[in-house]
Design a protein around this ligand. Structure first.
Ligand code: ATP
Ligand code: MG
Length: 604
């Protein structure tokens, strides 16, 4: 574990939706705003719109408005969960509304598949974009008309111009941190000339890349984002919503503030890399409000630190690379830090929310150790997952005196155990003893090491919820590999009967009766990368993939698991938490995924 990761790994056992919310600077800002009776005259027109639309609407019933604005160009990952829980959580806690807005202004990479997957994951995490009878599900591409209208307004006011410099010229004339930029030779055209050019751009009179619309601010600004940023580019591409209506598309930095303002967002919360964009965000919205196009009060942008999780990568581009190059089995591969992957692995929405909430919001990017997430998972499942016995690395155990004790090899000796040690309402599990059982290979040693208390010739151990047995030896194949363990039952030692404790043993063994064992596929997962920060520095993260992150084996389950449903989670006694795979599990062909162990194995 890196020291960074340790420093931020605080919550070992956070409770989902705990009453006590870690305070953070965003809460402080919102509380201050609400106390100061901020925005008392805020109207909301019932949906997105311009100044006139909102002015005609009633006072906004939502006390604040936040939004989660994903670009539908990939699957959500754990970092997005941070943003989702922050935005929806703040809206919930302060009587507000949170919008789900698809930031689909870029025509090239966006697909309906991603839109559907994003909606599904936001809902799975437990959030809803419907508040007070209103659905706040929006698409930024529906604002293209307004964005273009706003562009014409800026041009008419001399606040924007069409620049015909080549991309290289523009880059060269932008300057850098130590050198001011140079004005474009096209900067001093009249508003009329610029308007004509902009309309030609819109009408498809110029090829892609021939010119761009730029804001006219200050080529010498110390903030490079204010050196006449591009607002519109020419791009002939079919958009998934607007088709071929447009051949010019707004730049993200222009589109995003407008989207917020049209939706009457009050607190526009984004990650730190947008901090330098804030002056332009404010400049643009001020100009458009002055012109009467956008409603006041205007949204404000606040930045928080990104969440990074150790041993994974959280960049859509890198996750796409893992999928497309076949390093994993798809976006929902249980090793992936995508929300679909984590769900399939068995992480609960509660545990993800608890992890995210326990880490609050800060002004710096943070690394959260994976053990924090696993701690939250255990905290959630410990109290509610039914217990079961499972044998992951099976070896037969033959009870030599079985017929002597029970009269026949056909006899089945009933045993039982509580489904959960603290939840009697979950009832009891029934299973039975027969002459042959499955036990873990590691529970036998022909020559025991010091301190080993399980089965070795001459030693006694207890079959959990069953009898004490005494090991008498083993069977081996031609290569000397142990193929079966031999033992005898010790009479009158059945768990829960008087005298069960007459014989003291130090070892307890989990087992499943061979006559009733449910064979299963087991997918044992481990960390995706071998190092905590695989994409730090100049390294190629692909070289740090953990080849042992997935191991598929077969084992046996106790009969109570025969009816397990996909996504049902269990604690396999002594092994950890497992889930019936939501895609591949079948009653007649069970598949269980290992979510995590019973104890933190990350520090070792
Ligand atoms: P990526 O960098 O993985 O491609 P992105 O930021 O481009 O992600 P968007 O779809 O634009 O993905 O993100 C939607 C929202 O989620 C944005 O507001 C973004 O700031 C936020 N977000 C993305 N990654 C993280 C993260 N690691 N921690 C917190 N918030 C994040
Ligand atoms: Mg982004």
């Amino acid at each position: 574990m890196s020291t960074d990761a340790k420093a931020t790994a605080t919550a070992d056992k956070a409770t989902p939706d705990a009453a006590v919310k870690p305070s953070n600077f965003l809460r402080a800002i919102i509380e201050r705003d609400l106390e100061q009776g901020f925005q008392p005259q805020r109207h909301f027109g019932g949906g997105p719109g311009d100044a006139a639309h909102h002015a005609a609407g009633p006072l906004d019933a939502a006390r604040i408005r936040t939004r989660f604005p994903p670009e539908p160009n990939g699957y959500l990952h754990i970092g997005h969960a941070k943003s989702i829980c922050l935005n929806f959580g703040l809206a919930r806690d302060y009587g507000g509304a949170c919008h789900l807005r698809f930031d689909d202004t870029n025509p090239e990479k966006e697909e309906q598949e991603y839109v559907d997957a994003i909606k599904e994951m936001v809902a799975w995490l437990g959030w809803s974009w419907e508040q007070g009878g209103q659905s706040n599900l929006y698409y930024a591409s529906n604002y293209f008309d307004f964005m273009y209208r706003a562009a014409e307004y800026l041009v008419s006011q001399g606040l924007a111009y069409v620049d015909e410099q080549t991309a290289e010229e523009m880059r060269a004339n932008r300057g850098d941190f130590s050198t001011p930029g140079k004005n474009s030779p096209f900067r001093d055209r009249t508003p009329e000339q610029n308007l004509a050019r902009l309309r030609e751009m819109r009408d498809g009179k110029h090829p892609d890349g021939a010119m761009v619309l730029r804001a006219k601010i200050d080529m010498a600004s110390p903030n490079i984002n204010l050196r006449d940023p591009a607002l519109y580019r020419i791009r002939r591409a079919t958009h998934h919503n607007t088709g071929d209506t447009w051949c010019i598309y707004p730049m993200y930095t222009y589109a995003h503030p407008i989207e917020d303002a049209l939706e009457c967002i009050t607190h526009s919360i984004c990650t730190l890399e947008f901090e330098d964009q804030r002056p332009f965000y404010d400049w643009l919205l001020e100009r458009l409000a002055e012109g009467g196009l956008l409603a006041r009060p205007l949204p404000h942008q606040y930045e928080f630190g990104r969440l990074n999780l150790s041993y994974v990568v959280t960049s859509k581009r890198k996750l796409r690379q893992l999928v497309e190059e076949g390093h994993v089995d798809g976006w929902d591969d249980p090793r992936m830090p995508t929300l679909v992957g984590m769900r399939r692995r068995g992480y609960t929405a509660e545990s993800i929310r608890a992890m995210v909430e326990s880490t609050g919001a800060s002004k710096t990017n943070s690394w959260i150790d994976y053990s924090v997430l696993d701690g939250c998972l255990r905290g959630d499942l410990e109290g509610k997952a039914a217990r079961a016995m499972a044998v992951l690395d099976p070896l037969p155990l033959k009870l030599g005196n079985y017929a002597d004790i029970f009269g026949s090899l056909e006899h089945r000796e009933p045993c039982s155990a509580p489904a959960h040690p603290h939840l009697p309402e979950l009832g009891t599990r029934q299973f039975s003893l027969g002459p042959t059982l499955w036990i873990e290979r590691e529970d036998f040693m022909e020559v025991p090491v010091k301190g080993y208390h399980r089965l070795y010739p001459g030693n006694k151990a207890r079959l959990k919820y069953g009898y004490v047995i005494e090991c008498t030896g083993c069977e081996k194949d031609a290569e000397g590999r142990v193929t079966a363990v031999l033992a005898n039952l010790v009479p009158d030692t059945k768990s829960g009967t008087p005298g069960a404790d007459a014989i003291k043993v130090k070892g307890v063994i989990t087992w499943v009766g061979a006559h009733e064992a449910v064979p299963t596929e087991l997918r044992l997962y481990d960390r995706l990368f071998t190092e905590p920060q695989p994409d730090a520095g100049e390294r190629n993260f692909l070289e740090l993939l953990n080849p042992a992150a997935k191991r598929v084996t077969r084992g046996y389950l106790e009969p109570s698991l025969a009816g397990a449903q996909p996504e049902q989670k269990f604690q396999f006694e002594r092994h950890g938490y497992f889930v019936a795979d939501r895609v591949d599990h079948r009653a007649d062909a069970p598949v269980f995924n290992k979510i995590t162990g019973l104890k933190d194995g990350w520090g070792k």
